[in-house]
Write a protein that binds this ligand. Structure first.
Ligand SMILES: Nc1ncnc2c1ncn2[C@@H]1O[C@H](COP(=O)(O)OP(=O)(O)O)[C@@H](O)[C@H]1O
Ligand SMILES: CC(C)(COP(=O)(O)O)[C@@H](O)C(=O)NCCC(=O)O
Ligand SMILES: [K+]
Length: 257
């Protein structure tokens, strides 16, 4: 069975294709308000062509979006290409996660997808940090109930905010660093965003591991910026850059009958 997964984040749209459990394509498009139905459809067709996937092989698709203004454009583009209705993430779909403690209408669907993948592939209790535009933490207990989390400014977003709101700080992209204490402005900003995010995650993980209800908790890191912070986390973590894609595939299968 061939399934397309589409994930609209605030920085990137990730389009992937799975043949059964094997990922055979992954492409990134920029998230921008200028996408129209024709330009989106053309971009999707280009992704498929580049990966030699023909539209009539596709059995179905699933869309997860945290940018509602773009959801219907991408959904319509997927439907135009596949000729089949797209499954759109919403609170009524079965995900394997109990979200009753949170206001479900406001919970980002990328976080439900992260938790669904963690439950399916690693089992709870688990804490998932997703390092994208924002850094999110979502925690599930052993019964796969979402018990709470955190939202903080992402690594790139913090750097951008520093440059935009100060006179003397430059615009930077995050990069790997092994120095805690920088001796110039750039090194200070990089350790202040990259190292400090890893240390924040490590400290939070330490506290979570001491919570009696979360005994045996697993720590999972994903998202475009996840790899950069790994060296700053001094404990066992699972790094799974495909968590979001695997979660969407899991939810598609649970709901496609
Ligand atoms: N494969 C990658 N390698 C390095 N950086 C990446 C990669 N993918 C995304 N990024 C960076 O990660 C940030 C966004 O991560 P992403 O998980 O795509 O965010 P979102 O889900 O919010 O759209 C951007 O700063 C982007 O430049
Ligand atoms: C927190 C987020 C902005 C993260 O988005 P991302 O960094 O993946 O683009 C997104 O999950 C969202 O809009 N959530 C809604 C608020 C909530 O989850 O409570
Ligand atoms: K995120």
């Amino acid at each position: 069975m061939k399934v397309i997964t589409a994930d609209i984040g605030n920085t990137n749209i990730v389009i992937a294709s799975f043949e059964n459990d094997t990922k055979e394509m992954q492409e990134r498009l920029e998230t921008r308000s200028k996408w129209t139905l024709p330009s989106m459809t053309a971009a999707l067709r280009k992704c498929l062509l580049k990966n030699r996937i023909s539209a009539d092989e596709i059995d179905g698709s699933i869309l997860s979006s945290v940018v509602p203004e773009l959801s219907s454009t991408l959904a319509q583009a997927l439907e135009a290409i596949t000729g089949k209705p797209v499954m759109i993430m919403n609170p009524t779909l079965s995900s394997g996660i109990g979200t009753g403690r949170y206001d479900e209408a406001t919970l980002g669907s990328d976080r439900i997808v992260d938790m669904a993948a963690a439950a399916a592939f690693y089992k709870g209790p688990a804490a998932i940090w997703d390092l994208g535009t924002a850094t999110t933490l979502s925690v599930i207990d052993r019964n796969h109930e979402f018990i709470g989390g955190m939202i903080s400014a992402g690594v790139q977003l913090s750097l951008t905010a520093l440059a935009e709101h100060t006179s003397q700080l430059p615009q930077l992209s995050p990069e790997a660093t092994d120095s805690l204490l920088g001796t110039d402005t750039v090194a200070n900003m990089i350790s202040g965003s990259v190292a400090s995010t890893g240390i924040m995650i490590d400290g939070t993980a330490g506290r979570l591991s001491r919570m009696p209800d979360l005994e045996g908790i697993k720590f999972i890191i994903t998202g475009g910026l996840g790899q950069l912070v790994l060296p700053w986390i001094n404990r066992d973590v699972i790094y799974d850059p495909d968590l979001q894609l695997k979660g969407m595939l899991t939810i598609y299968r649970k709901n496609c009958s």
